[in-house]
Design a protein around this ligand. Structure first.
Ligand code: ARG
Length: 466
C-alpha cells in the first residue's frame, strides 16, 4: 500500500478496503495525460513564482523521465499505488527527492482526475474520428461502384420499391456522417480546463488558470470550480454518441446478416471475416456482424450506468464518479474495434448484383410505377391504385412478375395500357426516373456522391490543419 494521505490516520487501511477503493488497475490507462497535465501545472507554478526555476526543471525532467520509462516499458505501474496520480507523484519523489513533494501545490486529485479524463477523451475522439473516416470511405467506395446495382428497397421488411445498392449505402453514409459531426461537437462543449478548480473551491495560490488551459490546448478554464470537478456531462454525451454509432452499426450488421443468409444471398462475407461451425462443416457464419450487433448492448449499458450513477449526486466530487472510467474505457475499446472490423468486412464483402436484381423483379417493387403510368395518362391515382392491385393478383395467380404479364391482361383491366408499359416499368426506368435530391436515380445519386467526396476532402483538410 502506498497512499498520499496517511497523516490523520492512526490505523492502516484494511486490505480489502484498499483494493475496493483503488482505481489504479484501470486509471493507469491515462498515465501520459496525467503527466502532461502535471507538466503544464508545474510550468504555471513557476511562472507565477510559486516554484523556482530549479524546482521546475527538476520536476519536469523527472516527469519526462517517468513518461519515457513508462512508454518504453522500463517502468511498470503496480497495484501498490491507489491510483495513477499517486503512482506518478510517488515515483517522482523517489527519483528527484524534495522538489517532487511540491508538485501537488495548488492542486487536488479532484481537478487532476477531471483534467486527465478530459485529455484522454479528447485524444480518443481523434482516434474515433479517423476510424469513422475509414468507414465512410468504405461505404463511399461501394456507392461509387454500385450506382446501377438494382435491389428492392424495403418497408416493414416487405419489398417496397426498387432502389440501388448505392442508394441504400448512402443512408448509412448519412448516419455515420452525423456520428462524425456529433463526436466533434462534444469536443467543442468539453473544451474547458478544470485544472485549478482544486478540491472544489479553487485555491489560495495565485494560479494562472488561463495559462494552463492554453498550454493544454483548451479554449479556456472552466468558470466554476464546483462544476469543474463534478461535471461528467461530456462523458454522458460521449457515451450517447458512442451508443448512436453502435445503433447504426447494429442496424447495418443486421442487414449484412440477413443479406448473407441462404435465403437472401445478396452478399457474401469474405472468408477472412467469417467463422465456421465445430459441428456443421457447411457453415460459414457472420460472427463479426453478430458480435458488433451484440456489443451494442454493452455500450448502451455503459451510458445507462453513468446516467444512473450521476443521478442524485450532490455537488461537488463524490467517489461514485470514479465509476465513470471502466464503462467509458470498455465502450471506447468496443466501439473502436467494431468500427474498424466492420469497415474491413465491408471492404472485402462481395455483392451479388444478379440476386439483388432478381429479388427486386420478383417482389412487384414496380407496382407504384404501373400506377404512375396510368396517372400520367389521365387515370385518377385512386382508380389506378385499384387496377394495379388487380394486376398484381393476376400475376400472383400466373406466377409471373409484372414485367412478364402479357399486354392483353393489362388491357383487360385498363385499355390505356400500351406496349410501352414494359419499358416504363423496367427496373432501370423506375430507378432513373427518381431524380429528386436524395432519390435513387443515377444522376441524383452522382450529385450526392460529389457532395460526399467534397465532405471527405474538407474533413481531411481540417485534420491536416489541427
Ligand atoms: N480515482 C479517483 C477518481 O477516479 C481520483 C479522485 C480522487 N479524489 C478523492 N477525493 N478521493 O475519481
Amino acid at each position: 500500500m502506498a497512499q498520499l494521505w496517511g497523516g490523520r490516520f492512526t490505523k492502516e487501511t484494511d486490505d480489502v478496503v484498499y483494493k475496493f477503493n483503488a482505481s489504479i488497475s484501470f486509471d493507469k490507462r491515462f498515465y501520459a495525460q496525467d503527466i502532461k497535465g502535471s507538466i503544464a501545472h508545474v510550468m504555471m507554478l513557476s511562472r507565477k513564482g510559486i516554484l523556482n526555476e530549479t524546482e521546475k526543471e527538476k520536476i519536469i525532467a523527472g516527469l519526462t523521465g517517468i513518461l519515457e520509462d513508462l512508454t518504453q516499458g522500463r517502468l511498470k505501474i503496480t497495484d501498490k499505488y491507489e491510483d495513477i496520480h499517486s503512482f506518478v507523484e510517488s515515483v517522482l519523489i523517489e527519483r528527484i527527492g524534495d522538489a517532487g513533494k511540491k508538485l501537488h501545490t495548488g492542486r487536488s486529485r479532484n481537478d487532476q482526475v477531471a483534467l486527465d479524463m478530459k485529455l484522454y477523451i479528447r485524444d480518443e475522439i481523434l482516434v474515433l474520428d479517423n476510424l469513422i473516416e475509414e468507414l465512410l470511405y468504405a461505404i463511399l467506395g461501394i456507392m461509387e461502384e454500385h450506382l446501377d446495382t438494382f435491389m428492392p428497397g424495403f418497408t416493414h421488411l416487405q419489398k417496397a420499391q426498387p432502389i440501388t445498392l448505392a442508394h441504400h449505402m448512402g443512408a448509412y453514409f448519412e448516419m455515420f456522417k452525423r456520428d462524425h459531426e456529433r463526436i466533434n461537437d462534444i469536443h467543442k462543449r468539453m473544451d474547458t480546463c478544470p485544472l485549478g478548480s482544486g478540491a472544489l473551491a479553487g485555491t489560495t495560490y495565485p494560479l494562472d488558470r488561463k495559462y494552463t488551459a492554453k498550454l493544454l490546448g483548451f479554449d479556456g478554464p472552466s468558470l466554476n470550480s464546483i462544476d469543474g470537478v463534478s461535471d461528467r456531462d461530456y462523458l454522458i454525451e460521449f457515451l450517447s454518441a458512442l451508443s448512436i454509432i453502435m445503433m447504426h452499426l447494429s442496424r447495418f450488421s443486421e442487414e449484412v446478416i440477413m443479406w448473407n443468409s441462404n435465403e437472401y444471398q445478396f452478399v457474401e462475407i469474405d472468408d477472412s471475416y467469417s467463422t465456421g461451425s465445430s459441428i456443421m462443416p457447411q457453415k460459414k457464419n457472420p460472427d463479426i456482424a453478430e458480435l458488433v450487433r451484440g456489443k451494442t448492448g454493452r455500450v448502451y449499458g455503459a451510458l445507462n450506468a453513468l446516467l444512473v450513477t450521476m443521478k442524485g449526486l450532490p455537488l461537488a466530487y463524490n467517489k461514485d464518479m470514479q465509476e465513470d472510467k471502466e464503462w467509458t474505457f470498455d465502450s471506447i475499446d468496443s466501439v473502436k474495434a467494431c468500427i474498424s472490423l466492420f469497415a474491413g468486412m465491408l471492404r472485402t464483402m462481395r455483392f451479388h448484383s444478379d440476386r439483388m436484381k432478381d429479388s427486386a423483379k420478383q417482389g412487384f417493387t414496380n407496382a407504384t410505377d404501373v400506377a404512375d403510368y396510368l396517372v400520367n395518362r389521365g387515370v385518377p391515382f385512386r382508380d389506378a391504385h385499384g387496377m394495379v392491385g388487380q394486376l398484381v393478383l393476376k400475376c400472383i395467380e400466373k406466377k409471373v412478375p409484372l414485367d412478364d404479364l402479357p399486354i392483353e391482361e393489362y388491357q383487360k383491366i385498363c385499355p390505356v395500357f400500351k406496349e410501352d408499359i414494359y419499358n416504363a416499368i423496367s427496373l432501370r426506368t423506375c430507378v432513373s426516373r427518381r431524380t429528386t435530391v436524395g432519390a435513387p436515380g443515377m444522376e441524383a445519386m452522382e450529385e450526392v456522391i460529389q457532395i460526399y467526396r467534397k465532405y471527405m476532402e474538407a474533413y481531411e483538410t481540417e485534420l491536416e490543419l489541427t
